[in-house]
Design a protein around this ligand. Structure first.
Ligand code: ATP
Ligand code: ZN
Length: 657
């Protein structure tokens, strides 16, 4: 090992490296590079964890993996390959998720430091909480295309991963997706939702059928459309899409005709929608001759087929074939299990591409090749091996500084596409950003205020949508302060009887305080409940991390009528813009383009102004927008509220390697 040769490193550091024990979380693009750097730098005791197996698409940049490793555990293969660089190193590999209860605070406490090389918010939040709790320094890293970022998270010294709210994910109004798509992405999002309705985790916000509550359609139109569905007695029999599909045994022809003929006719009956739009053209299976037309395309080499825009008949054929395969895969699962859409799963991807293109054709929207749809549906921006390598290099350099306790030197570092005015393309933040004293995770006594309609929200929704999705807990226990009533227990089945009760029925009303506790994360949060009356356009709930920002009711109403102050409120670091249940238009009918955290969107914002290094002003700006420039690792899409000045157009390309 070069680094074990005296003189390469200063002796003090050399010793510290040899005596330390580090944990690497994630053995993907950055993780492989980090592991190699650690081993070559003389680290002797390394543990690495990754839940995934190796995919062909990883091979171009995750150089510890080769063709013969496809399908094997990433952590195990990374360990074996890294050992060839230094057979004397002790590397322990776990093929597991870091979020399981095998890895609690005690596990974390055995390490000198933790290095994150993850690709999703949920896991990052979890590791953030455990490292804060265990008092172990965490080096967080990520890349998106040519951009990279490395940051130290240390309790009491720096901001944590959750100190400032993240920008909300890009979303589209539900009625655009369900009723009036106008761009290819609307059809792609619809197709992904359809996959979930038929085979995946169905979500009522992801309904794919016509939305009769669309305000633009007007109540009359909706009623007229509903009447078209009425049975002999004038009632409307509405069945859930999956139930219906199961009843007709996933017959492709029947599903095709329902989605692309009946539902489109239904939409046409909502005539207000088409006053200023080109109406869609329903399509029927038997007019397509899908059988003959599509035969060749199924047989075609997938690389060639990926690049082509298929005819309607060809898409219908792919549609039928993929439904058949997905139906079989679904049938093999236990009763209450479901499929998970994955861009790398052939039939899942075929299904989404075919459905998106059929719908696009019906609405007169340009169609896309399967290749293009894959990149849009997976929100992929290219993973650049060099950015991963540079970022991982900085991670390990930071690790040296942490081992030497030179924390004051550990400013966040950004990797940029182009050099700035100071000729830097690796740009350090000008100062260490301190913790947010109002952070709902790393503050001494974490607390939030929850504004919610207590008469309507069920305990189950409170747990799933608020505690788990918005507040990133994994296995919460909740008690009502003062009475000690157990509202939610993490013990399976213990409080199931509460699940369908409304909060108010559990005596959780305005002014109550709930104590939420996640034993897996050693995390306790105090939640003050404020009742709010339901409003049609409003978010179903709002979480405010800084109670001081709450105003008396009258003031709030006055503020709401002023767009200027509303905009100001949005910019407050401690109000939880990224945490509430609202979306772009504040309506619950809005759907996320990106469902899973793996596909998080992050603002990439230039940290410099006028080519000068960022000063405190910029730091302040960052706090108020996004504290993280880059959503770590490879396949993240990126949005920018204000495009970075020196950003290359190439960055907007969404391509897959
Ligand atoms: N909860 C978790 N526990 C352990 N490992 C995780 C967890 N969540 C994500 N990971 C791992 O983090 C790694 C992130 O690496 P990377 O972003 O390069 O992803 P990838 O899946 O290898 O590539 P791509 O997403 O571009 O196909 C992945 O190998 C992923 O399996
Ligand atoms: Zn914090």
């Amino acid at each position: 090992m070069a680094a074990q040769i005296d003189g390469v490193f200063e002796t003090g550091l050399q010793k510290k490296i040899a005596e330390s024990k580090v944990l690497v979380i994630g053995a993907g693009g950055i993780g492989c590079e980090i592991l190699k750097n650690l081993v070559l730098s003389g680290f002797q005791d390394i543990e690495i964890i990754d839940l995934d197996t190796i995919d062909v698409s990883n091979l171009n940049r995750q150089f510890l993996f080769h063709k013969e490793h496809v399908g094997k555990s990433k952590a195990n293969v990374a360990r074996e390959s890294a050992l060839t660089f230094n057979p004397n190193a002790k590397i322990t590999a776990y093929h597991d998720s870091i979020t399981t209860n095998n890895y609690g605070v005690n596990f974390f406490q055995q390490f000198s430091l933790v290095l994150n090389a993850l690709d999703n918010r949920a896991a990052r939040n979890h590791v953030n909480r455990l490292c804060l709790n265990a008092g172990i320094p965490l080096i967080e890293s990520g890349t998106a295309g040519y951009n990279g970022q490395v940051e130290l998270i240390k309790r009491g010294l720096t901001q944590c991963y959750e100190c400032f709210p993240k920008p909300a994910q890009k979303s589209y109004p539900g009625c655009t997706i369900r009723n009036t798509p106008s761009e290819p992405i609307h059809c792609i999002v619809w197709a992904k939702h359809l996959f979930n309705q038929l085979f995946g985790e169905s979500n009522e916000d992801e309904d794919v059928s016509p939305d009769t509550a669309d305000p633009e359609a007007g109540a009359e139109a909706g009623n007229a459309a509903l009447e078209a569905d009425a049975n002999d007695k004038g009632n409307v029999d509405r069945v859930n899409t999956r139930t219906w599909a199961k009843q007709c045994e996933y017959d492709p022809e029947k599903i095709f005709n329902k989605l692309f003929f009946d539902d489109i006719n239904y939409l046409l009956s909502m005539s207000n929608l088409w006053k200023n739009r080109t109406p869609p053209k329903p399509s029927k299976w038997d007019t397509l001759q899908a059988g003959e037309d599509g035969e060749d395309v199924i047989m075609e080499d997938s690389v060639v087929r990926d690049q082509k825009v298929l005819s309607l008949g060809e898409s219908a054929k792919v549609f039928a074939q993929s439904i058949k395969a997905l139906k079989e895969a679904f049938a093999k699962l236990p009763e209450d299990d479901h499929l998970v859409w994955d861009k790398d799963d052939k039939f899942g991807m075929d299904f989404v591409a075919a459905c998106a293109n059929i719908r696009a054709q019906i609405f007169g929207i340009p169609q896309k090749s399967r290749f293009e749809i894959k990149s849009m549906a997976g929100n992929i921006i290219p993973a650049i091996a060099t950015t991963n390598a540079i970022t991982a290099g900085i991670v390990v350099m930071r690790a040296f500084q942490v081992l030497q306790e030179e924390y004051d030197k550990c400013n966040t570092v950004y990797v940029r596409l182009r050099v700035n005015g100071r000729n830097q393309f690796i740009v350090p933040e000008s100062e260490i950003i301190p913790p947010n004293p109002k952070c709902y995770v790393c503050a001494d006594k974490p607390q939030v205020v929850l504004k919610v309609d207590t008469q309507n929200l069920t305990v189950r929704e409170f747990r799933d949508e608020i505690l788990i999705k918005a507040l990133n807990m994994i296995s919460p226990d909740v008690t009502l302060d003062g009475t000690g009533t157990i509202v939610i227990s993490s013990e399976e089945g213990e409080t199931d009887c509460n699940n369908d009760k409304k909060l108010a029925e559990m005596k959780i009303v305005d002014g109550c305080i709930l104590k939420a506790d996640d034993f897996l994360q050693n995390y306790e949060l105090s939640i003050t409940v404020l009742h709010k009356e339901p409003g049609r356009e409003e978010a179903p709930f709002e979480i405010v991390a800084d109670p001081d920002t709450l105003k008396p009711k009258e003031e709030e109403e006055a503020a709401a009528s002023s767009s200027a102050s509303a905009a100001f409120d949005d910019a407050q670091p401690s109000t939880s813009k990224g945490l509430n249940g609202s979306s772009a238009n504040g309506s619950k009918a809005t759907v996320n383009e990106i469902e899973d955290d793996t596909d998080d969107l992050y603002i990439v914002e230039d940290d410099e102004e006028d080519g000068k290094p960022s000063g405190s002003k910029t730091v302040e700006k960052r706090k108020h927008t996004s504290d993280r420039d880059v959503e770590p690792t490879s396949k993240k899409a990126k949005i920018s509220s204000q495009p970075p000045e020196d950003e290359d157009d190439d960055d907007d390309l969404t391509i897959i390697e």
